[in-house]
Write a new protein. Structure first.
Lengths: 134, 422
């Protein structure tokens, strides 16, 4: 299974969408991959059950940062209910390339941060998403 | 055409690099349809057939528990394990086999000292000197000890090319440290630290010294008596032996005075319900059934290295490192960390390439070229932080590494540049 660094992945890596942070986020979470050092912080602003603004900051490999950038586009404007149900397949679909087993932690870091943030804000039950643990 | 020196070791037998490579069955396998290029021996080395065979033979023909049975199998197993201990002792020139404590790995060896010696000798306000280039295994045990006791930790910084600031070390020594613990060779930068001199200075300041030799004992001649180290720790799996077998060497008077680390079977003298006495060295520190097959395998691994001659191992790796430093410098956008010349470093090269994250680099090298390199913080986060890095890629070499493999690595790096449009 060869991972294929497509143009659009490199584009998200080098020109991340929604990059930055919010002064007063409704949802904030961060996490890292202790094994490899990828870092990610995510801020959301929520109004009327909709995610109105997404900002993330991080550093790490192309896979982890491109996934976060793609996820940020995916959730902007969605209802919290819709976002709660996002899972690994949605990330893999967005990436559109096979991810080798050693790299799944990189790809799913953004998802873990998202669900952790929603849970900490009381919008999602902890562990409701089966994507919490690799 | 690249030529190699012939290894003529302690046994006076001449070996070519091709002979050596034939001893390692894994080197003939393919990865992603390409010949394996294993450049991660710093994390764990590959094993010669003789080590694998010795462990199989033990399980197939004389497996039994040690130090207990009076029957033939147990006597054979005990003799084989204790013979391995003597071999390891000779390999590092320890005076006696009883100074070799078998543990699980370097990490456990250091923890043993931190709990047992540290618990008895380190008190509130005492100073422990470490360096910022330590592997987490020679940092966390001392952090935990400092938390338990109220001891202070101070760190020797490094220069931009990865050498210890010995001037600051001298200043720290004036504060009467109880312990100095440092790595003989950095697993990230490859820096070989001047251990003998540092130990002498520490002793003059009244400190006890622990050397993390996880990277040095596998790659260069180490003589514990010449170094005059108080404690010296290393792992078998980084030096052609099996996983699960580490070594703590200690000066006898220190080991004798230390309380046990773990309690249980084998480490006892006489046991009563409310008090017990302890076994003699080395078994006082080896509670429970030990890693018997692994110890036997390790004995064969040091035989193998001894036959090659550690001077030859070092010379071979420095030739590979020298070539690799030259070739890597020809790759555009590549940054090498640590000493820039091969004579101040061992066979470890950490690098980054443009804005390609080391994980992506390692994935590309693996998939496109069959090259195994490590990517990440190498269990040395404070050092990475010092250089402003989250991660590097790391290529490391051993007795079986050949120059052609460096060429494959360099080709792979060019491929990565192409994939990332650089």
């Amino acid at each position: 299974m060869a991972m294929d660094y497509r143009e659009y992945i490199l584009d998200h890596y080098r020109n991340p969408r929604n990059y930055g942070k919010l002064e007063h986020p409704d949802v904030h979470a961060e996490d890292s991959n202790p094994l490899c050092g990828d870092q990610l912080a995510l801020d959301l602003q929520i109004a009327d059950d909709h995610i109105t603004i997404v900002r993330f900051q991080g550093r790490g490999c192309a896979i982890s940062q491109a996934s976060a950038s793609m996820l940020s586009e995916m959730i902007e404007g969605k209802t919290t209910e819709e976002v709660i149900h996002l899972g690994k397949d949605d990330i893999l679909d967005a990436l559109g390339i096979p991810i080798s087993p050693a790299r799944t932690k990189c790809a799913f870091l953004c998802l873990r941060v998202l669900h952790r943030g929603l849970a900490m804000a009381g919008l999602e039950k902890p562990g409701e998403s089966d994507d919490e643990e690799e | 055409m690249i030529t190699y020196e012939t290894f003529i070791g302690a046994d006076q037998k001449a070996r070519t690099i091709a002979d050596i490579r034939k001893d390692f069955p894994i080197l003939s396998r393919q990865v992603h349809g390409k010949p394996l290029v294993y450049l991660d021996s710093t994390a764990s080395s590959q094993k010669p057939q003789a080590v694998i065979d010795a462990m199989s033979t033990y399980y197939q023909t004389y497996h039994a528990n040690v130090h207990r049975g009076v029957y033939a199998l147990s006597e054979e197993a005990t003799a084989a394990m204790e013979k391995a201990r003597i071999k390891v002792a000779r390999f590092i020139n320890a005076r006696q086999g009883k100074q070799i404590i078998f543990t699980r790995n370097t990490t456990e060896s250091i923890n043993l000292v931190a709990y047992s010696w540290g618990g008895a000798n380190i008190h509130a306000g005492d100073l422990i000197i470490l360096t910022i280039m330590e592997h987490h295994s020679n940092l966390i045990p001392w952090q935990l000890l400092a938390e338990r006791t109220g001891a202070r930790l101070e760190f020797i910084p490094v220069t931009d090319d990865g050498l210890l600031r010995l001037d600051i070390y001298e200043q720290l020594l004036q504060q009467q440290p109880k312990l100095v613990a440092f790595t003989h060779m950095s697993n990230v930068l490859g820096t070989i630290n001047p251990a003998k001199q540092m130990i002498e200075q520490a002793h003059a300041a009244g400190a006890t010294v622990l050397v993390d030799a996880a990277q040095s004992v596998p790659h260069l001649p180490v003589d514990v008596q010449e170094l005059n180290a108080d404690f010296l720790c290393f792992s078998g799996h980084k030096m052609l032996g099996p996983t699960g077998l580490g070594v703590l060497y200690g000066k006898r008077e220190l080991l004798e005075a230390m309380p046990p680390f773990m309690g249980g079977g084998d480490m006892i003298g006489k046991v009563e319900l409310r008090k017990s006495t302890w076994n003699v060295l080395p078994w006082k520190f080896e509670a429970g059934t030990p890693a018997i097959a692994e110890a036997i395998g390790q004995g064969v691994a040091v035989d193998y290295l001894g036959a090659l001659g550690m001077e030859n191992v070092l010379r071979h790796e420095q030739a590979i490192t020298d070539y690799a430093l030259q070739q890597l410098q020809s790759v555009p956008g590549l940054t090498i960390y640590g000493p820039q010349s091969a004579d101040k470093r061992g066979g470890v090269i950490s690098f980054t390439l443009g804005d390609i994250h080391p994980h992506d680099l390692a994935s590309i090298l693996d998939q496109e070229m069959g090259v195994a390199v490590r990517a990440g913080h190498h269990c040395a986060q404070p050092l990475m932080e010092h250089f402003g890095l989250a991660a590097t890629a790391r290529a490391s070499f051993y007795v079986y590494t050949i120059l052609e493999e460096i060429d494959v690595l360099v080709q792979g790096l060019h491929k990565a540049l192409h994939i990332f449009n650089l």
